[in-house]
Design a protein around this ligand. Structure first.
Ligand code: ATP
Length: 246
């Protein structure tokens, strides 16, 4: 199942970008504020229509797929952890099963239970979403995406509201998903996370592709200086790098 952006352009936001994403990999999309990361992710998820070009899933244009088919293949976590309805955590997560309506109830419950366990939400299962902290709500929203068991996980800043332990656990979940042959595409501001845990990093700058490759290349000190405009130095060993800035 391939996911490709071909000459993708959104006026004032993305400039004719071509990109083929790979299953079995964690791809990080990095770049400064306003670089076009969320715009690209929304296009890949089929939620934002490009002005030029298209996104193709297995060679089929996203716009031509049935919504249910698209929702089964592409799981999307938006940047802001907003929830429109004050339902319980379990009900919120069960919404992730909507694309699989008609599947056996046992299968649905197993997926929901696994997502609750993966995001450490057992204690909150019956709690209304309005009574969660910001990080707990972010975990519940991630669990909803996991419950779908999509072929592609597209997550916009999935670690932003999480404490250290839950962030590390979620990175581990992403690695499991990639190892299971799924595609994982993450917008990340934390360049150390991208350096240490991504297989590939796509760097955007003012709507353009500035770098694309293994983290050591795409997040080299030169690229960081050029794109983010600040001197930075990588410290530590491969796999446990820390970024010293300034
Ligand atoms: N709905 C919109 N209409 C018009 N322009 C928009 C809209 N949303 C974002 N933009 C603009 O498009 C550009 C890219 O925005 P985008 O949200 O993709 O950036 P980003 O890289 O995700 O940034 P951040 O790191 O701040 O979240 C920005 O200049 C932004 O101001």
């Amino acid at each position: 199942m391939s996911l490709q952006a071909c000459d993708l352009g959104v006026k004032g936001r993305l400039e004719e970008l071509t990109l083929a994403l790979n299953l079995g990999e964690i791809t990080a999309i990095c770049g400064p504020n306003g670089a076009g990361k969320s715009t690209l992710l929304s296009c890949l998820a089929g939620l934002l229509k490009a002005d030029t070009g298209h996104v193709a899933l297995d060679g089929e244009w996203l716009g031509r797929l049935r919504p249910q088919e698209r929702a089964r293949a592409l799981g999307y976590l938006p940047q802001s952890p907003e929830v429109a309805w004050d339902v319980s955590v379990e009900v919120l997560i069960s919404l992730g099963r909507l694309p699989w309506r008609g599947a056996p109830a046992t299968e649905a419950q197993a997926a929901i239970d696994a997502a609750i366990a993966a995001m450490d939400l057992e204690d909150f299962r019956h709690r209304p979403v309005s009574q969660l902290s910001g990080g707990e709500r972010a975990r519940a929203l991630m669990a909803r995406v996991l419950a779908t068991r999509p072929g592609w996980l597209l997550a916009d800043e999935p670690l932003a509201n999480l404490d250290l332990g839950h962030a590390a656990a979620l990175v581990h979940r992403f690695r499991e998903q990639a190892a299971a042959g799924r595609g994982v595409v993450l917008v990340l501001h934390d360049l150390s996370m991208a350096m240490n845990h991504a297989d590939r990093v796509v760097v955007l700058d003012r709507g353009r592709l500035a770098a694309d490759g293994p983290p050591v290349q795409a997040l080299s000190e030169d690229v960081i200086a050029r794109v983010w405009g600040c001197p930075a130095r990588w410290l530590g060993e491969p796999g446990a790098r820390a970024l010293s800035v300034g």
